[in-house]
Design a protein around this ligand. Structure first.
Ligand SMILES: [Zn+2]
Length: 274
């Protein structure tokens, strides 16, 4: 966890902890211990060994980095329905939206349980998966494929809009192997082998994602929705231009055929006179 409750019940992010203070789990109320940063794990709150709490989760730097972009009151929010409780990585009440960040492997059961829970609570659910190092370079047909079968989703059946309504999935991956710049792939469909992304007219960057959910107010940065709208507009323009070309060609061919008929009639006319 990166957010815990202090003795007065105030939410405290891991970056703001004070020595000598006690911190508690928002899900089970248990007193937590502070873990220092080590290797790929960021500093975080942890339950003592042997705890029954189900709240463990992903403590990677990647996860913290994403989560820290959102206001503290939206981070690690506990939601409850019919006695079941989950801690959403980010919950934005204004948009009725939950965002889950996933760096490590997740089982299909766990994925589906969380999908069902959050959508059952009436929230839209957005998943952002860290796909760095997990995808092959696109092949000559620009097809995206998983590198190894045991990675996230590779053991999943098909994922598409029909199976998971109300759920949006993004994969975050470096633009190419020698580039630190990361892009988000908006997933249309995926299965054990292939990933079919939504086509967009420009790269989806973290800043576009943050603009979408109100963390960036700069109007010069497009939100994800605006990029999709822009893509649709450009596709319509391209389609209209293509149609115009086809119409033009059809007209030309019709004219040619018509003149050919006229010419042949003139010819036969002439022939009859002789
Ligand atoms: Zn707990």
């Amino acid at each position: 966890m990166f957010v815990a409750l202090d003795e007065s019940g105030h939410r405290v992010p891991i970056s703001d902890t004070q020595p000598g203070q006690n911190y508690f789990c928002a899900l089970c109320g248990e007193k937590l211990i502070l873990k220092k940063k080590e290797k790929n794990r960021a500093a975080h709150f942890a339950h003592p060994r042997g705890s029954d709490c189900t709240d463990w989760g992903d403590m990677s730097e990647w996860h913290l980095d994403w989560q820290a972009q959102f206001p503290v009151h939206t981070r690690e929010v506990v939601l409850e329905k019919d006695g079941e409780r989950h801690r959403a990585d980010v919950c934005i009440q204004e948009y009725k939206l939950v965002i889950e960040f996933q760096h490590s492997h997740i089982s299909q059961e766990d994925f589906e349980r969380r999908c069902l829970f959050y959508t059952g609570c009436g929230y839209q659910l957005v998943w952002v998966f860290d796909a760095a190092g997990k995808l092959n370079e696109p092949d000559e047909f620009h097809e995206l494929t998983w590198k190894k079968v045991n990675y996230t989703f590779s053991n999943f059946a098909n994922i598409n809009r029909t199976c998971y309504p109300g759920i949006t999935i993004f994969l975050e991956t470096p633009l190419d192997l020698c580039d630190d710049k990361r892009v988000l792939i908006a997933v249309k469909e995926m299965n054990q082998k292939f990933i079919t992304p939504h086509y967009t007219c420009q790269h989806l960057l973290r800043e576009n994602f943050l603009r979408e959910y109100g963390c960036i107010t700069d109007n010069t940065i497009l939100s994800i929705r605006e990029i999709f709208d822009k893509t649709k507009k450009l596709q319509n323009i391209a389609r209209q231009e293509q149609q115009k070309k086809l119409d033009e060609q059809a007209r030309r061919e019709a004219n040619q055929a018509f003149s050919a008929i006229l010419n042949s009639k003139r010819y036969s006319h002439r022939r009859r006179r002789f």
